[in-house]
Write a protein that binds this ligand. Structure first.
Ligand code: PEP
Ligand code: MG
Length: 585
């Protein structure tokens, strides 16, 4: 049994077998084959061995020409391994007898042979153990083929363990197959973590070294609540987590009972609770959890897992479906936020510093065709319901003005073409750069609403990469500088009489959401759908007065340690037993 602690990125508990997606190596799945498939499977294996022999021969010929005798010796050793009876015949026998796929059986034989070598006294022979890896991986690569590294190919239930995952991987995860995932890289608010939460896939990230410890097909428990992973659990651990899973599911069901109630404090202040979504596939979940519209539609997903770009029509159909589904509630479409930790492969170039690079609105203002297509689609969908536009990563007034100029051009085009669209569409901006927060009083006069993106705001205020597990402990949502800036933004919005929402992950955490409420007037909070009921429960259990008292006290404290200590010790005391923060957190 190995127990490891990482960062809980997406709540929930998953129990299953490991699917090792190590892109530097190979991922091998185990599956049974039918009796009539045995010969085909053996043939497939023989072909992979033949391919590997051909490849090694070619390299050997090259070595001969260059008269590199040392290298030639190694190659001869490799060729001998390929002819090794134990490795080849044993694999064929096991395919026949056990009726398991070739790569799985072969990998087992390879491991066994390597272990025999590694235990030898003679150093030279011990070294040959490593050669077995080289040759074995060559055969495996030929068996699997390079394209098979896609998560979409997973055809049995498993928990993915990987060095890192891309947003495009998460989109491809089939919920009935991917029970959970664990990565070495990543922070709580990295895009991949947020998407996992959106899709309700339990996940733990920032678990350095797990690849080395995880064995193919090993049993694993992923506790996304505590950020704990257990490989090959004992019977007791297994029972414990099975029970925890049941309790978790029970709480979720209980919380859902209040989904249609108002999110109103005990002294009558109400907050609109909306959903963050990434695709239209999340609409049913968001509605089930009681979302009053969409506070943030992250549109990057439309661009993932394809080589081309989504057409205006594709954008339009998805936005139209969303806005019609949530009527009469609003749907806020954020224009493309490509770049940073949301790399869209066909658009973004490699940059030394992507978080500070050509990202979000900066990208859209450079690639006007892509921007215009999206704006046209949003405006057209606005004809069918309550839709708003939101620009991401604004850092100054000029960006808003430039984006609005483009919007006006698009409106003129639509008018000229006689296409119906929403003329008086509301425009909002994300407040997620320190620059925008500091001049929020100026920006407030240029837009209809603000939405505070705490994920990026924290990253940029504290200069802590939100995706980097090595600095994850420095990523502190309750840092005094973050809280003061948020208060400043709330004040500016109130003074200019515009609506303000919080759409970063802070709003989805009951303790931080409570503090946000106390910092100033917030009209709505938007979060991944799964968090909505617990935030509603928190709000219904607190008075605005209490929230203000707590936040005022916090603002007198000087370090995030003091703030965290105060919050976790003192805040829960103010609530009834029914409000169990430990369960909700
Ligand atoms: C944010 O930065 O808080 C936010 C909501 O946007 P994203 O997480 O998509 O960057
Ligand atoms: Mg952001």
């Amino acid at each position: 049994m190995i127990k490891l602690a990482g960062i809980g990125a997406s709540r929930g508990i998953a129990i299953g077998k490991i699917y090792l997606l190590d892109r530097s190596r190979m991922c091998v799945l185990k599956y049974e084959i039918q009796k009539d498939e045995i010969n085909k499977e053996i043939q497939r294996f023989k072909e992979a061995v033949a391919e590997s022999t051909k490849y090694l021969n070619k390299i050997k010929e090259k070595a001969k020409k260059n008269l590199d005798s040392k290298f030639l010796g190694i190659m001869n050793g490799h060729m001998m391994i390929l002819q090794d009876d134990l490795l080849v015949s044993e694999t064929i026998d096991r395919i026949k007898n056990e009726r398991i796929n070739a790569e799985w059986v072969f990998q087992k034989s390879m491991k066994r042979l390597r272990n025999i070598f590694l235990k030898m006294d003679d150093e030279y022979l011990r070294e040959r153990g490593k050669d077995i890896d080289h040759v074995g991986n060559l055969i495996l690569r030929n068996l699997i083929g390079h394209d098979q590294e896609s998560i979409a190919d997973l055809n049995e239930k498993a928990i993915i363990v990987s060095r890192d995952l891309a947003p495009s991987d998460v989109v491809q995860m089939k919920k009935d197959k991917v029970l959970g995932f664990v990565t070495e890289a990543g922070g709580k608010t990295s895009h991949v973590s947020i998407m996992a939460a959106s899709f309700e896939i339990p996940a733990v990230v920032g678990l350095n070294g797990i690849i080395e410890k995880a064995g193919l097909g090993d049993s694993i428990i992923v506790d996304g609540i505590e950020g704990v992973v257990i490989i090959n659990p004992t019977k007791e651990e297994f029972k414990h987590y099975l029970k925890k899973l049941q309790i978790f599911e029970y709480h979720n069901k209980e919380l859902l009972k209040i989904k249609d109630f108002k999110a109103e404090t005990t002294d009558g202040f109400s907050v609109k609770l909306m959903a963050n979504i990434e695709t239209n596939l999340e609409i049913p979940l968001a509605k089930r959890q009681g979302a009053q519209g969409v506070g943030l539609f992250r549109t990057e997903c439309l661009f993932l897992n394809r080589q081309d770009l989504p057409s205006e029509e594709e954008h339009f159909q998805i936005y139209k479906e969303t806005v019609e589904s949530f009527a009469p509630h609003p749907v806020i479409i954020r224009t493309l936020d490509a770049g940073g930790d949301k790399i869209v492969p066909q658009l973004n170039k490699i940059e030394a510093n992507p978080a500070l690079g050509l990202r979000a609105i900066r990208y859209s203002l450079k690639q006007l065709n892509i921007f215009k297509e999206q704006l046209r689609a949003i405006l057209r969908a606005g004809h069918f319901g309550n839709i708003k536009i939101m620009y991401p990563l604004i850092s100054g007034l000029e960006e808003i003005q430039k984006a609005n100029e483009i919007l006006e051009e698009v409106k003129e085009d639509l008018s000229r073409d006689g296409i119906p669209f929403k003329k008086n569409i509301e425009i909002g901006i994300m407040i997620e750069t320190p620059s925008a927060a500091v001049i929020a009083d100026v920006l407030a006069h240029a837009v209809d609403f603000f939405s505070i993106g705490t994920n990026d705001l924290i990253q940029y205020v504290l200069a802590v990469d939100r995706t980097n597990e090595m600095v994850a402990s420095l990523y502190q949502p309750l840092h005094p500088s973050v809280l003061r800036l948020i208060q400043l933004v709330l004040k500016s919005a109130e003074k200019a009489n515009i609506e303000v929402s919080v759409c970063g992950s802070m709003g989805g955490n009951p303790l931080s959401a409570l503090i946000l409420l106390g910092l100033g007037k917030i009209d709505s909070m938007s979060m991944y759908a799964h968090s909505l009921p617990k935030i509603k429960k928190m709000i219904r259990n607190v008075s605005l007065k209490d929230a203000k008292d707590i936040s005022s006290h916090i603002l007198t404290l000087s370090s995030f340690k003091e703030i965290n200590d105060y919050v976790s010790a003192e805040v829960p005391k103010r609530f009834s037993d029914d409000m169990n923060f430990a369960d909700l957190n």
